[in-house]
Structures are given as structure tokens and as C-alpha cells.
Design a protein around this ligand. Structure first.
Ligand code: 5GP
Ligand code: MN
Length: 343
């Protein structure tokens, strides 16, 4: 039996909004990951099955290892297809906001959405959502937004509504957001849900291979280089830092998705509880990814030192400045939080 975590009143309200809408746009966060793309395409398939004109609009493109997802080729990226994206947003009578908790996370889409009076339904698992949504279904205990999409569809239409396409998208979101069920994945419902997805026809082993056995030679070499040359372990603080400059990214022809998972690697080292990855995506702008194990709150570090946020064990932010400055911020964070890391 799956626990009903979404409030019955919210289910009724979502049902009414869907019934009263014909054109629906689903959006997810910038630099979309497996959960952002998986949850939004799953909901798109469901809504299309109900006869709705549903589309996914994302702030920018997503990694190649997600391109096989059913109808992923129909996803509209705002940065490269602005006219189409704006038209879809303008024409919509309902928005679904998936896998983010603040409109600032969808970049320019957020400005367009803010200026429109279109109802916005939040469905998300990041803690501390902003008060910017018409209806807020915020469930930080869920392993992924894809899990929440399953729960929503299941409550609205029952298990028979879960088609193979929907199930593939949902499984991909759940699998990628939990590191293949290695973290945030102790809820028994996750495995009941997976049993429904398998019943709907997914090949979970094949999905694993499509997502994780799909790397380029460049990416493998990049990982080797980074592990050998670019990782610094702060043994006394149980922490590790990886840095990658713009120049190094060019040297390995890094493309979207190539650095995915790199930040998790140092957590495999005995004792390491906190990992930080600083990558200079464009000269002068450093993207920050933070990961931790057990109760070390990397979202607090992200908010205090890197102008970002996220989950307790997976968060991110940005630094505008040089790599040296970003490293300084990391070291300042480490000295402030060392007591929590060594307790
Ligand atoms: P990643 O390291 O994969 O980019 O991000 C890890 C997690 O942190 C994701 O759940 C993402 O939504 C969240 N995150 C990344 N960057 C930011 C940010 O700038 N602000 C907030 N609030 N969350 C972020
Ligand atoms: Mn997510």
C-alpha cells in the first residue's frame, strides 16, 4: 500500500485545474538533470493521454544521455528556441513547475511566467519553496520529483494510467536523483512504485545502461585526469574539493553531461563526508556542486557561501570571480563547518 503523502484537497484542486485547461506547459529547472527531464516528460505524456495540448519548456538543453527518453526530442529549450518557448508560455492556461522551488531557478522563463496571470502548480521535492505558486505541492521527503509525478497520476487516474512511456520517464528521474537508489531511497514506497513501473513494461536494467553506459572516451579521460590531478582531499576535515577551469574543460572537449557524477566520486573515499566541485563553465563564472552523506547540510553551505541552495545532501550555487576566489570561499566554508564534519 502506497502512503498518500499528497493532501486530498490538493489532488482535487489539481484535477480541477487540469479539467479546466486545454494548453498546459510544464517547466523544470535550469541545467536540467534526469529528474527534471524525466518528471516533466512523464507528466507531459500523462496530460497528452487526457487529450491536453501539453508541452515541456526548459531554460536550456539537457545532457545527451537523456535524449532517448520518449518524446525528449519535443522538449523546447528556451535559450535556443526562444520564440517557440514564449509562444507556448503565452498560449498556456496552466503551468506545472517541476523539480524547483523558486522561479529564479528557471532563469528567463521565470520572468515571462511572473508577468502572466496563468495559474502555476508547484510539484517538487526541494525544501523551503518560495511563496510564488498558485498551488504548492511541496514534498521534500520524496526521493525525486518523478516519484511525485507517479504519486499524482496514481491518485488522479490509478495505476492503469501509467503507460510504458510514462514509466520510463519516471524511473529515469527516480534512478538518477537517488544515485541508483544509493541515497535518499529508504522509503519502502519507492520499491512499490518501481514494481508498478516494471508492470507497466519498463526494462530497468536497460534504462540503467542507456543512462550510465553511454559515455564518451573524452569523459572517461576527463574523469581519470580529475581523479589523478584535480582532487584535493582535506583528510582532517573529512572533505574533498575538485576544481576544473575553463581551459581544462576545453582541453577535454567537455560537453553537457560530461561532468555529471564527478562530484560524487570523492564520497567513495573512506571518511569523506562532504564533496565540492567547482567548475568554470564560462570564464569568470564558477558553478558549484556540493554533495554530502548523512546529516551534513550542504544546502546551508550553498546558501551561505555560494548564493544557492538545494537538498541537505545535494545542492549547488555559483561564484562570480576567479577560481582562486571560489577556492577561498570553499576553504572559508570548511573552516566554519569543520566541527560538524568531524563530529
Ligand atoms: P547539481 O550539483 O546537480 O547542479 O545540483 C544539485 C542540487 O542542488 C539539485 O537538486 C539542484 O536543484 C540544487 N541546486 C543547484 N544549484 C542551485 C542553486 O543555485 N540554487 C538552489 N536553490 N538550488 C540549487
Ligand atoms: Mn529532483
Amino acid at each position: 500500500m502506497i502512503e498518500k503523502i499528497i493532501d486530498a484537497d490538493n489532488i482535487t484542486a489539481v484535477k480541477k485545474y487540469i479539467e479546466e485547461s486545454a494548453d498546459i506547459v510544464i517547466m523544470a529547472h535550469r541545467n536540467p538533470d534526469g529528474d527534471a527531464v524525466g518528471s516533466s516528460t512523464a507528466l507531459m505524456h500523462y496530460l497528452r493521454g487526457l487529450g491536453k495540448n501539453a508541452h515541456v519548456v526548459l531554460p536550456n538543453g539537457f545532457p545527451d544521455f537523456l535524449k532517448w527518453l520518449p518524446a525528449a526530442d519535443e522538449v523546447v529549450a528556451y535559450d535556443t528556441d526562444k520564440e517557440k518557448a514564449v509562444n507556448l508560455l503565452n498560449d498556456a492556461d496552466l503551468f506545472f513547475c517541476l523539480d524547483f522551488n523558486a522561479l529564479s531557478r528557471v532563469a528567463e522563463i521565470g520572468d515571462v511566467v511572473s508577468a502572466l496571470g496563468t495559474p502555476r502548480i508547484l510539484l517538487d521535492h526541494h525544501p523551503f519553496p518560495e511563496n510564488e505558486f498558485t498551488l504548492s505541492l511541496s514534498h521534500p521527503q520524496a526521493c525525486s520529483t518523478a516519484e511525485l509525478v507517479f504519486r499524482l497520476i496514481y491518485r488522479l487516474s490509478g495505476e492503469m494510467a501509467i503507460t510504458k512511456d510514462i514509466a520510463e520517464c519516471i524511473y529515469t528521474g527516480m534512478m538518477t536523483d537517488t544515485g541508483c537508489f544509493a541515497y535518499a531511497s529508504n522509503n519502502k514506497d519507492i520499491y512499490i512504485i518501481i514494481s508498478y513501473l516494471i508492470a507497466a513494461g519498463i526494462d530497468k536494467d536497460l534504462i540503467y545502461r542507456k543512462v550510465f553506459y553511454n559515455y564518451s572516451v573524452n569523459r572517461m579521460k576527463l574523469f581519470g585526469f580529475v581523479m589523478y590531478d584535480k582532487m584535493k582531499v582535506f583528510t582532517a576535515s573529512n572533505a574533498a574539493l575538485i576544481t576544473l577551469t575553463y581551459k581544462e574543460m576545453r582541453r577535454f572537449n567537455v560537453v553537457k553531461g560530461d561532468t555529471e557524477g564527478l562530484v560524487n566520486q570523492p564520497l567513495q573515499i573512506k571518511g569523506v563526508r562532504f564533496s565540492c566541485f567547482l567548475r568554470e563553465e564560462v570564464p569568470g563564472k564558477i558553478n558549484v556542486s556540493l554533495r554530502s552523506v548523512d546529516d551534513f547540510p550542504c544546502n546551508k553551505v550553498a546558501a551561505e557561501f555560494f548564493g544557492g541552495g538545494g537538498h541537505m545532501n545535494a545542492s549547488g550555487g555559483e561564484v562570480y570571480g576567479t577560481m582562486d576566489y571560489a577556492i577561498e570561499r570553499f576553504k572559508a566554508a570548511l573552516s566554519k563547518y569543520s566541527s560538524l564534519l568531524t563530529k
